[in-house]
Design a protein around this ligand. Structure first.
Ligand code: 0O2
Length: 248
């Protein structure tokens, strides 16, 4: 039988604290970024009466998945090496209605002063050979801890509903066949990705046309009377919309 390692209780305590802090920093980074995304979503809703974000999902990679990736990439087992090299421990997936929303949201995030853009991968302009489409950003965010500031990376994947539908089915098929997918399914998936991209373009066109129509109708004066101390003010309806939403 192999000799048991001599474990010092202080070392174990230290390792436990380090590991907890390590994983916590990713959770905090997600909390911060989720708040930023929620603010953008609400601001858009109130100012433009439009919501570019359909759905937001976030997760911290499980320790098991982190270990698998470390093993696959051949990295040594060190928290510093993991932090430096694995940029998707914290991940956020945002689904938008239209491709233009993806780029608008991406610009808004990239322009936030406390966020540093580490990497941008545009699989919409350059889809993967299997048809995968999404915009990937790796953003670094400062996390203010009790005794230090940690710079933490978060991978943000932004895609349309159609791209998300495709990616989740492809992911399921990939795992079902244990990564050796029959060729006819690979071909059909590629075709489906092309159809999804066509649908996205079509929906974007319709959306643009409806927006133009909206502009025309909103220019046809919508005036709301506002009385303050018996004095009448004629205000554009849009000016009152954010407050009306709150009070309705
Ligand atoms: P999970 O479980 O989603 O987290 P790297 O991350 O550096 O090892 P790569 O390929 O350079 O590898 O990163 P990339 O291209 O930014 O892709 C990382 C993530 O994008 C993947 O995470 C998937 O979530 C998603 N993705 C990339 N390509 C595909 C694809 O072909 N199909 C699907 N369904 N998703 C894809 P993980 O770590 O694979 O898994």
């Amino acid at each position: 039988m192999a000799a048991k390692p001599e474990w010092n209780i202080e070392q174990i305590k230290l390792l436990k604290t380090e590991l907890t802090r390590f994983m916590m920093s990713y959770k905090f980074a997600l909390d911060e970024l989720n708040t930023k995304i929620d603010i953008l979503k609400q601001e858009f809703h109130y100012i433009h009466d439009y919501n570019p974000i359909e759905h937001v999902k976030s997760r911290v990679k499980s320790p098991e998945s982190i270990l698998k990736k470390v093993y696959k990439k051949g990295y040594p087992l060190s928290l510093n090496v993991i932090k430096e090299n694995i940029k998707d421990i914290a991940g956020i997936r945002i689904t938008c209605s239209f491709i233009s929303d993806i780029y608008e949201l991406s610009n808004m995030l990239q322009n936030q002063q406390d966020l540093k853009v580490i990497e941008v991968k545009d699989y919409i302009k350059h889809p993967k050979p299997n048809g995968y489409q999404s915009l990937h950003l790796v953003l670094q965010i400062p996390i203010f801890m009790s005794d230090r500031v940690e710079e933490v990376c978060v991978e943000v994947q932004i895609r349309t509903i159609a791209m998300d539908f495709w990616a989740s089915l492809e992911h399921k098929i990939y795992y079902k066949y244990n990564q050796t997918v029959p060729q006819h399914l690979v071909d059909e998936l590629k075709e489906a990705a092309e159809s999804a991209a066509k649908l996205d373009k079509k929906m974007e066109g319709i959306h643009r046309e409806v927006n133009k129509l909206k502009e025309v109708t909103s220019n046809e004066s919508h005036i709301k009377e506002l009385f303050i101390d018996n004095e009448r003010f004629d205000l554009p309806y849009e000016l009152l919309t954010p407050f009306m939403k709150n009070n309705s």
